[in-house]
Structure formats: C-alpha cells, structure tokens
Design a protein around this ligand. Sequence first.
Ligand SMILES: Cc1cc2nc3c(=O)[nH]c(=O)nc-3n(C[C@H](O)[C@H](O)[C@H](O)COP(=O)(O)O)c2cc1C
Length: 224
Amino acid sequence: MGVESLLALMQKRRSIRAFKPEPVSDESIAKIIEAGRWAPSSANSQPWDFLVVRDPITKEKIQSSVQRCISRIKELRDFPFLRTFTGGYMLEAPVHLVVIGDPRFRYVSMMHQVEENIEQFAFWGSVSMAIQNMLLAITALGLGTAVFTNFFPEEVKPFLAIPDPLRIVCILPLGYPNEYREPRPRRPADSFTHLERYDSSKMRSDEIIERAHRDPYGEQVKEY
Ligand SMILES: Cc1cc2nc3c(=O)[nH]c(=O)nc-3n(C[C@H](O)[C@H](O)[C@H](O)COP(=O)(O)O)c2cc1C
C-alpha cells in the first residue's frame, strides 16, 4: 500500500456514534484484532487483551455505568456539547470491543527507574497503538466506531469478569455506520511542526486552551 492510500484511509476514519443493527461477523472481528496484534509496544510487552461483547444484557449493564458517568460529568460542568452527549448510541452497536491493558508490564523497559513519564507511556502508549491500528482496520472494513471512555471502569470490570490489576482502557462500539460525518477540523501541520528548535510563537496560548475547555466542541476548535 502506498502512502497516499494509507493517508486516505486515515482521513476517512471518523468517530461514528450511530449504528445499523446489521451484525458484525466473527471474521471482521478477527481482522480487527489481528490489526491490534501487530501494533508496536514497549519492549514488545503487548500489554493488551480484547474482549468481544455481543450479549445485550451485558451491554445494558455497561450502559448503566455510562449513564452514571455522564450524569456525573454534567454535575461537574455543563459543557454545551453534553446536551446531545448521551452515550445511548452504544446500545445500537452490535458489538462492544472492550480494550483491556495490563499495567504490570510497565516495568519491562526498566524506564520506571529512569523517567516516570516514560514509564506511563510504556503502558498507555502501547495500548493506544493497538487501538489506532484497530480503528484503521475498522474503517477499512466499512465498519464504524468511536473510542469510548465515558463509564466507570471499576464498575464495568465485574460485569466482564476482568481480574485486578487489569484495566479497561476504552470500549470500541462496533457496527456499520448509520451516519455520515464530515471530518472534524485538524490544526494545520505548520502550526505544530518545528524545525531544529521549538518555535515558541507556535505554542497555543493559555487563553485558547481555556476557551477550548469552556466549549470543547465549539467554534474555537478551528483555532487550536
Ligand atoms: C483517548 C480518547 C478518548 C475518547 N473518548 C470519547 C468518549 O468517551 N466519547 C466519545 O463520544 N468520543 C470519544 N473520543 C473520540 C473523540 O471525540 C474524537 O476522536 C475527536 O473528536 C476527533 O474526531 P474524529 O475521531 O471523528 O476524527 C475519544 C478519543 C480519544 C482518542
């Protein structure tokens, strides 16, 4: 595959939050997991497990945690986008692909004795690379998903018999898209690309960051 086709696939990927009832085949799920399997990971630790949920009762239980989490977020701060932000679409997805990380593998690179932040990256970075590989495979298969994190992982773990100290990193709702979404804006490459030395004139101001916090899905997204 040439780089242009790869970029086209990346640009085609969108977070999908509406799904058709049409089932997702085991074969497609195997392909998606195969994509995750080939991700790079810290010291090749491969600190992930993927759990396939099709049972509607389990999905309902997960949904109860989703609803509690979203209510909590709304209590904390009423972002404008939260008015349409219900997480209910998760129930439309025929499959929940639960992404699990194994934090015990943080130590394999020995970076924990050198730099704490790098140690964190060994865990979150490794699992995230598997997720991105899977997102691209999902897009290539004509399926849709969104990285979903609005639930209480410790509440959901018992529903899925996930033992400690494993952690749920996110859930990928999987299904055929029932919506077409225009790409969300991206910052121009020049605004975050630096040559030889960091160009501080490109650093986003605190004011832009604060405005984004006030309305993360608002107009100013175009500026940052
Ligand atoms: C770490 C992470 C967590 C996310 N959590 C959620 C989430 O809980 N709910 C949701 O609807 N989207 C979630 N998203 C999706 C982002 O909102 C989305 O990727 C971003 O707005 C860019 O849009 P795009 O994916 O369509 O390009 C998450 C994405 C990432 C990378």
